[in-house]
Ligand binder design. Structure first.
Ligand code: COA
Length: 184
């Protein structure tokens, strides 16, 4: 019932303030908003998919997918994206909006030819939305992460046959390519 009031659409340049505001409110600090600002203007992150969720015309959620590729994999048919970050403002959390943003994002990415989507995030949350541990499938993070956080590195294949046919280290956009983003 609540979800019927949620509208999701792609965010454009004129939505930047709304996007940054959602990020700040969700995380309660500036770091993720500044990361998003940088990613949106990083040529190596493109193509980007940036979606805003609105409830009663108020922005309440944001999700960002940026381009990545597999090291030493020169197969142009394997397009890859990284999900980071996902942000729902505190008042709107636990109402399915995060899940709806993930689902909408994955559908759009699938239509545009993306085959694999990676995330480093809450290991109790993302498996509910189709993600599975990526390390045991042969996908490495851009920087090695502590063993106790390895389960937080997850992947979802939008074309199931891709799993097992490729593996290797994921190379992310330049903005994300810093060790501090790959700790937990
Ligand atoms: C994490 C977050 C994106 C989830 O979005 P949401 O819209 O609140 O979540 P949904 O309504 O889609 O899903 C709710 C379910 O996820 C669970 N969940 C929510 N936040 C969670 C978390 N941090 N860790 C584990 N599970 C979580 C809820 O307990 C609930 O479980 P249930 O379905 O079994 O009851 C949101 O809470 C948020 O923005 N948090 C602050 C920023 C953040 O941590 N972003 C994610 C970075 S990886």
């Amino acid at each position: 019932m609540i979800l019927q009031q949620i509208r999701i659409r792609e965010a454009g340049d004129s939505d930047l303030n709304d996007v940054l505001c959602v990020e700040r409110l969700a995380f309660g600090r500036d770091e993720e908003a500044e990361l998003v600002r940088e990613l949106l203007r990083d040529p190596s992150a493109k193509p980007i998919l940036s979606l805003l969720a609105f409830k009663d015309d108020l922005p309440v959620g944001h999700i960002l997918f940026t381009k990545a590729h597999l090291e030493h994999c020169h197969n142009p048919a394997i397009e890859i994206a990284i999900l980071a970050p996902l942000a729902i403002v505190p008042d709107a959390q636990k109402r399915g909006i995060g899940g709806k943003l993930i689902k909408t994002g994955l559908e759009l990415l699938s239509k545009s030819g993306v085959g694999l989507v990676f995330v480093l995030g809450h290991p109790e949350y993302y498996p509910k939305h189709g993600f599975q541990p990526a390390g045991c499938l042969g996908f490495e993070t851009p920087y090695s992460i502590p063993q106790e956080n390895a389960i937080a590195w997850m992947v979802q294949a939008l074309r199931p046959e891709i799993i097992g046919s490729v593996f290797g280290k994921v190379i992310c956009a330049n903005t994300l390519n810093k060790p501090e983003y790959w700790r937990e």
